[in-house]
Design a protein around this ligand. Structure first.
Ligand SMILES: NC(=O)c1ccc[n+]([C@@H]2O[C@H](COP(=O)([O-])OP(=O)(O)OC[C@H]3O[C@@H](n4cnc5c(N)ncnc54)[C@H](O)[C@@H]3O)[C@@H](O)[C@H]2O)c1
Length: 272
């Protein structure tokens, strides 16, 4: 059911690779809630071609941009303003990739060139994206920016490797920009810390299936589906949350506040 929560709003959504992507769900729901959007992803991701289907479904333009390149990002926001007929009310950063994780390099044996890439792609890109939007005067007064995070920013999940450091940086960048943009333009910036989800990025994590099942059994509500993550992000883009900013918000079925559950304790042979 749609509520018209984003009626008349303009937005830029990054990171929709395929139907499983969290960004894909956000884009589909933003469209259903009345927004006009521009989609963006890395030029290499365009080759998969699936984003064209989402663009057709949501009546959106696609502007390719590598989130580690400032010139691409400035073109993105210039182009978005033109396509949408004005500055953007909301922006989604839904980007993550670690060469170390992808190539099976443990946290105790990192390749530092890859480590730099992890931080650049998965965290600094959040800063770059917002800075490019500010420089091109593409952010509307009272707008909302969301980045996607994971609880490995606060607690150790060994298979998550250097992405944990990237998420900690991402959350800090969100807080810092939230301060500056709040003062400048009443724009709010938050990160949403989502449950493990079966997407291309998620499934690339070592031991993902075990982690997914563990989180499922450690969460009173169960793992949060990506559709529900999209709904939460939409609420943050809407006028219903105009004074929520500089927060890392858990969307995880209660995982982050749970110490133990009978399901998990029984599995290791104990009694709850
Ligand atoms: N899947 C999970 O378990 C999970 C849990 C919590 C948070 N997240 C976060 O959600 C976000 C979206 O991931 P997802 O799970 O939807 O997976 P996904 O693989 O569908 O999305 C990741 C996106 O990042 C894009 N990307 C990679 N390098 C880029 C670059 N240089 N420039 C621009 N885009 C680039 C990819 O093309 C892809 O679209 C990520 O930040 C991820 O860390 C995922």
């Amino acid at each position: 059911m749609a509520y018209g929560l984003l009626k008349g709003k303009r937005g830029v959504i990054s990171g929709a690779l395929n139907e499983q992507s969290i960004a894909w769900k956000v884009a589909a729901m933003a469209h259903a809630e009345g927004a006009s959007i521009v989609l963006t992803n890395a030029p290499v991701a365009m080759r998969m071609g699936e984003i064209n289907q989402l663009a057709a479904q949501t009546g959106s333009a696609i502007i390719p941009a590598d989130a580690t390149k400032d010139e691409d990002l400035e073109k993105l926001f210039q182009g978005a303003k033109e396509q949408l007929g004005g500055p953007v009310d909301f922006l989604l950063h839904s980007i993550g990739m670690s060469p170390n994780v992808r190539k099976g390099k443990a946290y105790t044996d990192l390749n530092y060139e890859w480590y730099k890439q992890t931080l650049d792609i998965s965290a600094m890109s959040f800063h770059r994206m917002i800075q490019a939007a500010v420089k091109t005067d593409a952010l509307a007064h009272g707008g909302s920016i969301v980045g996607l995070s994971y609880i490995a920013a606060q607690r150790v999940f060994p298979g998550y490797g250097d992405m944990a450091d990237a998420k900690a940086l991402l959350e800090s960048i969100g807080r810092s920009w939230g301060y500056h943009l709040g003062i400048q333009k009443k724009v709010r910036v938050n990160t949403v810390s989502q449950s493990p989800s079966k997407t291309t990025a998620g499934s690339g994590i070592k031991g993902f299936t075990g982690l997914f099942d563990f989180a499922e059994q450690m969460s009173p509500l169960g793992n949060a589906p990506t559709e529900d993550c999209a709904a939460y992000v939409i609420s943050l883009f809407s006028d219903l949350t105009r004074y929520v900013t500089m927060q890392n918000l858990y969307h995880d079925g209660g995982f982050s506040s749970t110490g133990a559950t009978p399901m998990v304790v029984e599995k290791i042979g104990g009694e709850e």
